[in-house]
Ligand binder design. Sequence first.
Ligand code: BMA
Length: 319
Amino acid sequence: MNRFAANPILTRADIPDVPPHVVDVTSVFNPGAIFWNGHYLLLLRVQTRGRETVLMVAESDDGEDFRVRPRIVQIEGVESVSETIYHVYDPRLTLIDGTIYVVFAADVDGACRLGIAQTKDFDHFELVSFSTEQDTRNGVLFPERFGDRFLRLERPNRVRLEGGVTTGSEIILAESADLQTWKPVCPIMSGRLHYWDELIGSGPPPIKTRAGWLHIYHGIATHFAAANIYQAGVVLLDLDDPSRVLGRSRNNILEPRELYELVGQVPNVVFPSGAIVEEYDEEGFAGEDSLVRIYYGAADTVVGLATSTVSELTAACER
Ligand code: BMA
């Protein structure tokens, strides 16, 4: 991936105050991204100095220069959830049949849940579902139905890191007929102990290409004494049966190197969460030479942009 020269594209200085609580915020990171109605849109994870998390919208005409709307996103219906939600974070955006779906993580007592919200105008968001059965994170929806099923990738939390954070080393496929009730189908990939991606989780939603579903994910190397190193990699899944991995990058494709990735609230983190493909063909496949913009959180403090092309990402997936 090539970093945008003017990175980071968003910092705390770009977040307008929304009194009384969202004032002089601490950080902005891990955005969902989508190209919609001629605009590049980001759904930002903004953290206040109370260490509370809110979601805010940023928009741009060129994918590089973003203005942040001075409003906090409210998800209508979230108050009906039976569990106490402490944080709503790391939203991933997928457009299906004219509706934008937001899959978000929500911290509740002792666990993390996946919720889905929907919007048709990026102004009003309403809750579609909230899965209270599993402790899971990093949920991403495929941008189309498979027969009568919706599919999503998710990452069950099973590993407890020093410091109490729960994480995981397996990405699984889950299915649903109605986006409400989700059923695990099977694991699709695991972390590789001793290498760059010992723990893993999905990044942005999968990209449909002629070669398969391109899926950017994050991997964490835990075997360095001082810090967990969050990097990005890519995997290629079979078009018809996305539980089949066709290829996977041996090396990471983006790792913390710049100061804003190495230093911050959580050091040594690049966390890809949004992807926008520049060109699709008439049949809905990403163009082979198309530019891919990846939006990522850096050090849990700022937002970075890095680019590649569909063919470069595909080539990185060793068969
Ligand atoms: C993960 C998630 C991300 C975060 C990352 C690095 O477990 O909580 O939201 O960016 O850790 O702290």
